[in-house]
Design a binder for this molecule. Structure first.
Ligand code: FES
Length: 214
């Protein structure tokens, strides 16, 4: 009787206590559903925009370095683009006998040294990447020439695209590393995904391969 009396009692202008509790419950459920939907949308929206590190960068084919020439620097994306072809060997890119033959295509190389994370740069006088911190050296494609770097420079995934942004070819992942991408006919741009990075392998130092380690 006491509970019936309570249910029958009114809250404010004519609303029973039971109705009031139903409304509160309904409002709580609606709020919970809205929060869940908001979280889902936030999760699905890409975190990085085109041209933001962590997102994709589209580089015109006109800005791609020519084969076996000095790499092109893209500071906003924190990568270098190198264009490789060991069938046309020169001082910048040469073929070692423990690696795929030939090495052909474009690679996007992360600008952070694999030793302790310093920013290395291209040294034109020595035709290689050199790290100012502890002296690691890397070939045009990022392979270690001299230690203390423990491995080859990391690479980002890249794709060849046409004028309309259609993907014509994507770099393959081979042995858990990103292989150079040969550009098909019709390529007008290179799309680099800085959100997808693969660590370089720990191949033999090129200096030991050539017998000229310091
Ligand atoms: S951080 Fe580059 S050699 Fe140490």
């Amino acid at each position: 009787m006491a509970s019936q009396a309570a249910d029958a009692s009114t809250v404010g202008s004519g609303m029973s206590r039971r109705e009031f509790l139903y409304y509160i419950w309904g409002a709580s459920m609606a709020l919970f559903a809205a929060q869940s939907a908001g979280l889902l949308v936030w999760f699905l929206i890409p975190r990085f925009r085109e041209g933001e590190f962590g997102g994709t960068f589209t580089v015109s084919i006109d800005d791609l370095p020519s084969v076996n020439s000095e790499p092109a620097n893209f500071p906003d994306g924190r990568f270098w683009l190198s264009n490789l072809d060991t069938t046309q060997p020169n001082e910048l890119m040469y073929q070692a006998n423990d690696e795929p033959n030939p090495i052909q295509g474009v690679v996007a190389i992360y600008k952070v040294c694999t030793h302790l994370g310093c920013i290395y740069s291209w040294t034109p006088t020595n035709n290689r990447f050199e790290c100012p911190c502890h002296g690691s050296k890397y070939r045009l494609d990022g392979r270690r020439v001299e230690s203390p770097a423990p491995r080859t420079l990391d690479r980002f995934r890249l794709a060849a695209v046409d004028d309309a942004g259609n993907v014509l070819a994507e770099a393959e992942v081979v042995d858990d590393f990103i292989a150079p991408l040969s550009l098909p006919a019709g390529t007008t741009g290179i799309r680099v995904d800085t959100g997808f990075r693969k660590k370089g392998p720990s191949q033999e130092l090129l200096c030991s391969f050539f017998g000229n380690c310091p």
